[in-house]
Design a protein around this ligand. Structure first.
Ligand SMILES: *Cc1c(COP(=O)(O)O)cnc(C)c1O
Length: 387
């Protein structure tokens, strides 16, 4: 089809032309004396991205899933008990990863898809747990439901129970788009990936570890490729223990320059502003979000529930074939019942207006009775936000 494809899945996100160009590089010697000139400033800027002074940051060649595995195996001894208080597809997948690595994962039965993890429930559970819980795993922004967790409140909940559990945070669809403060929030390990807020292809997992988490690596589980102490020793002089994905490092350099050029506070404000317009559209259509509580609405992804009788999978296929529009599908129990709009990364109002317009046409094609125009509602929301 002529024209540009409209990519509105919540990752991988649109790659800016400058990042695409930056990745078009010839191979180079990653053992050369000059190589640290690329690596050292990159690690310094990744440290800023996670907002950590006390901790350490590192990059693994991997998607976010590998970041989960690296986080777990480095800081948790074999068989450790961990708590997963979140509900959603990524919470489920991270829990499965942990189980397959031999960890004992407990979930909270009262948390349902669309709910945010409850700090009070975490404190209650930890205060009465039979086994000592070595870590609490939290998905900061659950990309399947469009729910953003309150990380500082969850840290406080762990402390309130008198637990010395580590706090592990999946920030794959939040970091670089939503505010994130590793040290101030008391997070021990945070994970993100290159293909969401960082506007790159998949292939880099970025991690931040607190000094407590670094100390815990001395008593972790067996691991080889994802060994964090080995990576940190090499990174200290600007090198990697194995061949790093050079184009991705150059892409990351460019993406961080773009983000820092805009300014992280402005990046966060843009995501909040764009998300409010998307939510205005959903509400004008008369549809509802999967996320139940407004204070947990995600500013990077909105999961929209479809009216009964509309087949979400057919709707997505129609949007793709007829309008060149990619939306996220409903995941897990939401399959066929919801669609997701990714509004993170290299985006502005104009791009989102196109997406909302095409969604409106798609919904009408499927006979959904829309209350009002979502496009008009988004326009009003965004025009009102201009001062
Ligand atoms: C995208 C995503 C992941 C990572 O998935 P990969 O495909 O392995 O990069 C993990 N957690 C969340 C919340 C995500 O949105």
């Amino acid at each position: 089809m002529p024209g540009r494809h409209h990519l509105f899945v919540p990752g991988p996100t649109n790659i800016p032309d400058a990042v695409l160009r930056a990745m078009h590089v010839a191979s180079e010697d990653h053992r050369s004396v000059a190589f640290p000139e690329l690596v050292m400033p990159l690690l310094a800027d990744v440290r800023e991205l996670f907002d950590t002074r006390d901790g350490e940051v590192l990059l693994f060649p991997s998607s976010g899933t590998g970041g989960w595995e690296a986080a777990l195996t480095n800081v948790l001894p074999p068989g450790a008990h961990v708590l997963m208080p979140c509900a959603g597809q990524f919470a489920t997948l991270w829990s499965d990863t942990a189980r397959r690595l031999g960890y004992d994962v407990v979930t909270l039965p009262d948390t349902e898809w669309g709910d945010a993890p409850s700090p009070a429930a975490v404190t209650r559970f930890l205060a009465t747990a039979k086994d000592s819980i070595a870590a609490v795993l939290v998905v900061h922004n659950e990309t399947s439901t469009g729910v953003t967790a309150d990380i500082p409140a969850l840290r406080a909940a762990i402390d309130a129970a008198g637990s010395d559990g580590l706090l592990l945070v999946d920030g794959v669809s939040s970091i670089a788009s939503l505010p994130y403060h590793h040290d101030a929030w008391g997070v021990d390990v945070a994970i993100t990936g290159s293909q969401k807020g960082l506007m790159m292809p998949a292939g880099l997992a970025l991690l931040a570890l607190s000094s407590r988490a670094i100390a815990a690596t001395a008593h972790g589980a067996p691991r080889a490729y994802f060994d964090i102490p080995q990576m940190l020793r090499q990174n200290a002089t600007g090198y990697f223990p194995y061949t790093p994905p050079l184009p991705l490092l150059h892409g990351l350099r460019c993406a961080l320059d773009l983000l820092n050029g805009e300014g992280m506070p402005a990046v966060f404000a843009r995501h909040a502003r764009l998300a409010s317009g998307v939510r205005a559209a959903v509400s004008a259509w008369g549809l509802s979000l999967c996320c139940r509580e407004p204070q947990h609405y995600s500013d990077t992804v909105s999961t929209v529930m479809l009216p009964d009788g509309v087949d979400g999978n057919r709707l997505l296929a129609h949007a793709f074939r007829r309008y060149d529009l990619s939306l996220g599908g409903g995941l897990g129990p939401l399959s066929g019942r919801a669609f997701r709009i990714g509004h993170l990364g290299d985006l502005n109002e104009g791009m989102l207006l196109a997406a909302l317009g095409l969604i409106e046409m798609t919904l009408r094609d499927f006979g959904v009775d829309l209350r009002e125009s979502g496009v008009a509602a988004a326009q009003s929301a965004w025009r009102g936000a201009v001062t």
